[in-house]
Design a protein around this ligand. Structure first.
Ligand code: TXA
Ligand code: MG
Length: 341
């Protein structure tokens, strides 16, 4: 199929393009669109056929559930069996924004959308293009990240074109994503737990829910048979074909470590870590600026295989705030392989 490419810079001037994309969504077609975190691959969350098409376009296992995106709180009640009191407090603080909440699903949400679960993940994005697209479509929009399954989430329209051109009806280009890593996912079914760290950090959530904790799967490898709280945890994620090894240490220790290695290698590190020249180097932001790391990480991971080396050593160091989300993604890219210096 021919994928329409729709560049939306100005909501008013480009309104007709958004209307076109919204109509495609309503009819059950797939549209990639920008959010503040990463680009999403949208489909009408109420149509089983649209959910199936999303899994097919991404090559994603159909038991890995989709996040349902809404534009206003009024759209929530019909999608869930109950709206817990905690949801109101979380929403008041963090919606619209990079937070996704798992709740018991209503019959409106087909099992194709929820990956066979009785729960559904709901998010209200803050990106103006996302909000306007959802609003104009008039339906809740199921959207996983708009990448092929197994490759890093897309943080600009070019990544979506690379992965999905010819496989979906349209790509809405709204520029690069501000946050760069996917939303924080938490569950309110049972004890509150963070299933995936993101820009809304555990510390921020604790101001509303003092008892919330990380699920053990967030920073530890789960065996394939383990019963996981979030199906996404068990899949190989963001993993380049090249072996990636995390190396924990300061800049000096990291340089000495690299000099002690034999054979070809590549490096993923912070700006200014290495003088350059000796090895192929990719950077992901500045050392003490985790927001810059989050913005650049996925683009860097997409370039790892292009270095043409058998192994890439990635420097990690002291995770604060959104740095926890960056580390969670790096652990998965590295298959949990880490060396402490
Ligand atoms: O920032 C984001 O969340 C982006 C943008 C597009 O909104 N979306 C995104 O979707 O990252 P996706 O499908 O790539 O990741 C959704 C994660 C998966 O790990 C999935 O297993 C988990 O959320 N999830 C979805 N529904 C769930 C549920 N009912 N219970 C537990 N985990 C769920
Ligand atoms: Mg994803």
């Amino acid at each position: 199929m021919e994928t329409q490419y729709l560049q939306v810079q100005d909501l008013e001037r480009d309104g007709p393009l958004l209307d076109r994309a919204a109509a495609l969504l309503r009819e059950g077609q797939l549209v990639a669109f920008p959010t503040e975190t990463v680009y999403g691959l949208g489909g009408n969350a109420l149509l089983p056929g649209a959910a199936k098409a999303i899994y097919a376009a991404k090559g994603r296992p159909s038991d890995n559930p989709l996040i349902v995106h809404i534009a206003s709180l009024q759209e929530l009640p019909p999608l869930v069996r109950e709206v817990p009191e905690a949801l109101h407090r979380l929403a008041a603080r963090f919606w619209p924004g990079p937070m996704t909440v798992v709740l018991p699903k209503s019959d409106w949400i087909p099992y194709e959308t929820s990956g066979g679960l009785d729960t559904v993940a709901i998010r209200m994005p803050s990106h103006p293009v996302a909000r306007e697209l959802i609003r104009r479509s008039g339906v809740p929009v199921a959207a996983p990240s708009a990448n092929l399954s197994g490759s890093p989430s897309p943080t600009c329209a070019a990544h979506c074109v690379h992965d999905l051109d010819g496989r979906i009806a349209a790509i809405v280009d709204g520029g690069p994503c501000q946050v760069g890593v996917e939303s924080t996912v938490l569950t309110l079914c049972g004890e509150p737990r963070v299933l995936r760290p993101g820009a809304v950090t555990l510390e921020m959530l604790r101001q509303v829910l003092p008892d919330i904790r990380y699920d053990p799967g967030v920073f530890h490898h789960l065996s394939d048979q383990a019963k996981v709280a979030s199906p996404g945890m068990k899949y190989k994620h963001y993993a380049p074909k090249t072996r990636v090894v995390l190396v924990r240490g300061d800049r000096e220790q990291f340089r000495r470590f690299l000099l002690g290695r034999q054979g070809a290698l590549g490096v993923l590190c912070f700006e200014g870590d290495l003088p350059g020249g000796r090895w192929p180097v990719l950077t992901y932001g500045r050392e003490h600026d985790p927001a810059s790391q989050a913005r650049q990480l996925f683009d860097a991971l997409r370039r790892v295989d292009g270095l043409g080396v058998p192994v890439v050593y990635a420097r990690v160091c002291g995770e604060e705030g959104i740095g926890q989300a960056v580390y969670n993604r790096l652990l998965r890219a590295a298959g949990f392989e880490e060396i402490a210096l």
